[in-house]
Structure formats: C-alpha cells, structure tokens
Design a protein around this ligand. Structure first.
Ligand SMILES: [Zn+2]
Length: 133
C-alpha cells in the first residue's frame, strides 16, 4: 500500500504528499494554497479535483481562510470587497483570478503565485490587500 504518493493540486499546480488514509470522495485541503479538494481515483492513481458540491463563494472563502491560517496571515476590512471581486472574476472568467490583476492567468488565481511565494512577508500584504502579515 503506497500511502505517500503525491497528489497534484489543480489550483496551484503543486504536487503535495498526502499521508492520511485516502478515500474516494474524501475532502482534503491543499497544504500549499489552502484549496478544498475532493479525492478520486482514476486508473489506480489518486487525484484531487475541485469540489462540485460547494458554491463558488463557499469554495473561495474556505480556501482563503485555510491559506491565511497556514501562513498566520490576517484579514481586515478590505476582505469583503475583495471576496466580491473574486466572485465577479469567477462569474465572468471562470476562476478566482485576483481582482487587482489584469491578466486572468493560472498564476493569478487566488492565492496568487506571488503571494504563495512570500510577497506578504516582504511587503506586509499581498498585492491587493487581502492577506496581511
Ligand atoms: Zn494548491
């Protein structure tokens, strides 16, 4: 039984090791970006997909809460307008692209690559002011 195989996060595209017991349909959280994912199995390989039973709002709220908790970041009064901006991007462009960035590319899906790579530590906040040190 291989319990240490890696799982690819479809949100941040990072492979992470998942050591807990794997079950089809089990909800897990990407340790890198905080995305809520659902385990499935295809041709004997475990994979993770974005949940289909969550509203976009529940999905992005859980993701940013998880990410902030992992990193010890805080939110402030800018949070709600930015969550609204993320939901607008989702309904217009199909994913949670950063509301403050023009390019709707995978690197800008919240939490964006820049933020995942430590811009909050450097600047005290992420580009748009959702995450604060
Ligand atoms: Zn991820």
């Amino acid at each position: 039984m291989k319990q240490t195989e890696k799982i690819l996060c479809p949100v941040c595209q990072v492979q992470f090791v998942f050591r807990e017991e794997k079950q089809i349909g089990k909800k897990i959280v990407c340790p890198v970006c905080g995305a809520v994912l659902v385990l499935s199995k295809e041709n004997d390989n475990w994979q993770a997909d974005r949940p289909k039973d969550m509203t976009p709002e529940a999905e992005i709220r859980e993701r940013i809460e998880n990410f902030a908790r992992f990193r010890g970041y805080k939110f402030n009064q800018m949070k709600e307008p930015l969550v609204e901006g993320l939901l607008k991007k989702y309904s217009r462009f199909g994913d949670f692209y950063c509301p403050c960035k023009i390019d709707n590319i995978p690197e800008n899906v919240c939490p964006c690559l820049e933020t995942r790579q430590g811009s909050v530590e450097k600047n005290g906040r992420c580009h748009c002011g959702l995450f604060w040190k």
